[in-house]
Design a protein around this ligand. Structure first.
Ligand code: MG
Length: 157
């Protein structure tokens, strides 16, 4: 078994779109990024890569590369999972937390889990996504940015 951890942050700004866990969310602010700015999927990608010591998402998909401008991060996740699968590992389970003061995300979590599980060829029971505020503290609390943590377990066989 191998365990991995990922963390990502994107800045929030008006006039940008907000996509979290592959789900488009209606909100006054969105994430500023070269890709679609999906912090949750980026943290999951880094957890999967980290579990196998394969570097990070920035190494595999550099933001200087125009091919990744505005890219749907589900494509990045699928590509990362192909790398994982090629080594003979598969997902045991993953657990992730989105840190955002607003908007309220609880109603979107099942759709995120479903989409992530589908991309990883896994069941929803293997994919946990949670959300928390920071009670107004720090950059997330001031709504300057959204962060996400992810931990995954990979297994062979
Ligand atoms: Mg990112």
């Amino acid at each position: 078994m191998r365990i991995g951890h990922g963390y990502d942050v994107h800045r929030l700004a008006a006039g940008e779109s907000l996509v979290l866990g592959g789900v488009a969310i209606d909100h006054a602010l969105g994430t500023v990024a070269h890709s679609d700015g999906d912090v949750l999927l980026h943290a999951i990608c880094d957890a999967l890569l980290g579990a196998l010591a394969l570097g990070d998402i920035g190494r595999h998909f550099p933001d200087s590369d125009p091919r990744y401008r505005g890219i749907d991060s589900r494509k990045l996740l699928a590509e990362v999972y192909r790398l994982v699968s090629d080594t003979g590992y598969r997902l045991g389970n993953l657990d992730a937390t989105i840190i955002a003061q607003r908007p309220r995300l609880a109603s979107h979590l099942p759709a995120m889990r479903e989409g992530i599980a589908a991309t990883l060829g896994a069941s929803m029971q293997q994919v946990s996504v949670k959300a928390t505020t920071t009670e107004g503290l720090g950059f997330a609390g001031r709504e300057e940015g959204i962060a996400a943590h992810a931990v995954c377990l990979l297994e062979t066989g």
